[in-house]
Design a protein around this ligand. Structure first.
Ligand SMILES: Nc1ncnc2c1ncn2[C@@H]1O[C@H](COP(=O)(O)OP(=O)(O)OP(=O)(O)O)[C@@H](O)[C@H]1O
Length: 258
């Protein structure tokens, strides 16, 4: 299989095969094998410093693995740059916001679309004149729950709305999988609930690898959960299985899972 169009529900879209990464003597990714299947949200949880962000960087090509392979939609990505992986549809969000505060929501998404198409559109002269780009940007803005906020300057958005804008930008790149690094980070309860609803709506359309500390969100959204401790996956299973596993509870969940 070389083309993702042939992928059926439940088949692996993204596979990590025995990935390793060490910083000096510190093994940060230690023989990690997991997959994200079509139609699912696969959550990756683990204590601070377990190696979750490092693993995301290895998946997305920002960090070279010491060994192991990454396959995406039937293709071996291991030796490709982050840019090429993104082009092939590996979408990602970051743990901290990566937005230009002086742009409007609409300008942000239009710029992202234009960059993706390799255009020469000049944001500073006439950002809203390309009707097709504008229409498409509005589509992604709506999909990320920001309809009505398109003309608001990013600097004036609430934290949760900024995370939604990042989601709009990620969606505008037309990913075939979403790798989300703590999308609820820094959010209050109401903002988290809104993001959970959004991800719930997008589930099925986009397979997701979700790194998240908010256990309510994880238990609501995930089909499967992998638990990373000191760079090793100690357990993969359904939400119920993970909640009941004694090792997981002692390593990470504690009484939260009861
Ligand atoms: N470039 C680096 N050089 C050396 N050590 C690093 C580097 N990047 C990460 N580490 C170390 O690797 C370990 C894993 O870090 P990582 O940020 O991947 O964990 P994490 O699970 O994402 O943590 P958190 O939940 O706090 O975001 C930590 O001990 C960290 O200090």
């Amino acid at each position: 299989m070389t083309d993702g169009s042939a992928i059926k529900t439940g088949e692996a879209v993204l596979s990590l095969d025995h990935l390793h990464k060490a910083f000096g003597a510190l093994k940060v990714t230690d023989d990690v094998t997991l997959d994200v299947r079509s139609g699912e949200i696969h959550a990756l949880i683990g204590p601070n410093g377990a190696g979750k962000s490092t693993l995301i960087a290895q998946i997305c090509g920002e960090l070279q693995s010491d060994s192991g392979r990454v396959h995406f939609r039937g293709r071996d990505l291991t030796d490709l740059s982050a840019f090429k992986r993104a082009r092939l549809g590996l979408g990602r969000s970051f743990q901290t916001t990566q937005l230009c505060l002086e742009f409007s929501v609409l300008e942000h998404v239009i710029l992202s679309l234009d960059c993706m198409e390799g255009g020469s559109f000049n944001l500073f002269t006439n950002p809203r004149n390309d009707a097709a780009l504008r229409e498409e940007a509005m589509h992604w803005i709506g999909k990320a729950g920001l309809a009505g906020r398109e003309n608001r300057q990013v600097a004036n958005l609430a934290h949760g709305e900024r995370r939604q804008l990042e989601l709009a930008v990620a969606l505008a790149r037309k990913p075939h999988v979403l790798v989300l690094d703590e999308p609820m980070a820094g959010m209050g309860a109401e903002e988290s609930a809104r993001m959970v609803d959004l991800l719930q709506e997008l589930k099925g359309e986009y397979p997701m690898l979700l790194v998240e500390h908010d256990m309510d969100a994880v238990f609501t959204l995930a089909d499967r959960v992998s638990v990373l401790v000191y760079g090793r996956i100690i357990f993969t299973g359904t939400v119920d299985e993970v909640r009941q596993d004694a090792e997981v509870r002692s390593a990470y969940l504690g009484d939260e899972a009861c």
